[in-house]
Design a protein around this ligand. Structure first.
Ligand code: AMP
Ligand code: TRP
Length: 339
């Protein structure tokens, strides 16, 4: 895939990709298939910036020590999954203060009604036992700042983030119409297949990082035994055929996971499992997941042996992208009369 336009000299200018991931809970195969692996697959066609969004993480309570450690772990997982520091800049959101500054400014241009409509806020606030903070409500303004600071063209995310990218476009348009062309309008790119991977034990709920104790999610660092046991215990229905069928959510979800990991086509997959039972299919699925995650896990543990190497990559990432963010922020401040 290459949507790169030509510049005045007729050379291809790479479009810029930006995306983010929260350093919370455990990264699961939904995050991997819908986001991280696609970032890695796309990276040679684009100019890429990936951000570990710790300021978004604190919209719900976090243990300080754990959060610090998670920042590094999530970064290491991105590198282990194939994000190449030569092609992509990776950095920690809180290391570049322009994100918080622009988020505040955008707040002053986002009507409250837009935020009230955000389905993720409605869902998260229902689940939240503790106080619901302004930060959680305002989460999309910070995400808009992340994206707009870098004149992003494309935002590869899972389905649940599409609405936030829409809001980003809306606020960019509103600002541009008031102050003249300032922000580039980004577009989300969601996967055709697997933009919302569902839980294994409850296929009516999406797979989630905070499902730590349950069998619902497969985490990227689960051992082969744990992966196999979760897959074998996954909910199925009482029908027999192993077919893609939206009306059979449990088997459809498992088949989708198989399809994405194996990179095979649907016809081939259905033929492969024709006349076979669920146990046979589940074993094949477990093998596919284990074999796909094995190299990633090996690289992850190697990387985590050398914190200074990961921290160095993150430092390089922020040094490279910060000037872009500062330039956008300065332009915005100038236009609205700050400073
Ligand atoms: P988060 O864990 O919220 O930081 O999400 C990181 C990326 O994973 C985002 O692009 C999400 O849209 C995506 N994502 C999260 N959960 C799922 C899921 N169950 N299926 C597919 N994509 C997901
Ligand atoms: N909100 C996103 C999520 O939970 C993470 C995120 C923060 C993000 N800033 C972003 C994704 C900017 C894309 C672009 O998944």
């Amino acid at each position: 895939m290459n949507h790169n336009p030509l510049n005045k000299q007729g050379k291809s200018v790479k479009q810029r990709v930006f995306s983010g991931i929260q350093p919370t809970g455990n990264i699961h195969i939904g995050n991997y298939l819908a986001a991280i692996r696609r970032w890695a697959d796309l990276q040679s066609d684009y100019e890429n910036i990936f951000c570990v969004v710790d300021l978004h993480a604190i919209t719900i309570p976090q243990d300080p020590q754990t959060l610090k450690v998670k920042n590094r772990e999530v970064a290491a997982l991105l590198f282990a999954a194939g994000i190449d520091p030569k092609l992509s800049s990776v950095f920690i959101q809180s290391h570049i203060s322009a994100h918080s500054e622009l988020a505040w400014i955008l707040n002053c241009f986002i009507p409250i009604g837009w935020l009230r409509r955000m389905t993720q806020f409605k869902e998260k606030s229902k689940k939240q036992d503790e106080v619901i903070t302004m930060g959680l409500f305002d989460y999309p303004a910070l995400m808009a700042a992340d994206i707009l600071l870098y004149a992003t063209d494309l935002v590869p995310v899972g389905d649940d983030q599409k609405q936030h990218v829409e809001l980003t476009r809306d606020v960019a348009q509103r600002f541009n119409s008031m102050y003249g062309e300032t922000f580039k309008l980004p577009e989300s790119i969601t996967p055709d297949i697997g933009g919302r991977i569902m839980g294994l034990s409850d296929p009516s709920k999406k797979m989630s990082k905070s499902d730590t104790k349950s069998e619902n999610s497969i985490f990227l660092l689960d051992s082969p035994d744990v992966i196999r046991s979760k897959v074998m215990r996954a909910t199925t229905d009482s029908m027999r055929e192993i077919r893609f069928d939206k009306n059979r959510p449990s088997i459809n979800n498992l088949l989708t996971i198989y399809e994405l990991f194996s990179r095979k086509g649907r016809v081939e997959i259905e033929a492969q499992f024709e006349g076979k039972g669920y146990a046979y299919f589940k074993n094949a699925l477990a093998d596919e997941i284990v074999e796909n995650l094995r190299p990633l896990q090996v690289r992850y543990y190697q990387l985590m042996d050398d914190f200074s190497y990961i921290d160095g990559l993150l430092k390089d990432g922020s040094l490279k992208v910060e000037p872009i963010a500062v330039k956008t922020l300065d332009e915005v401040k100038e236009k609205i009369g700050l400073g």
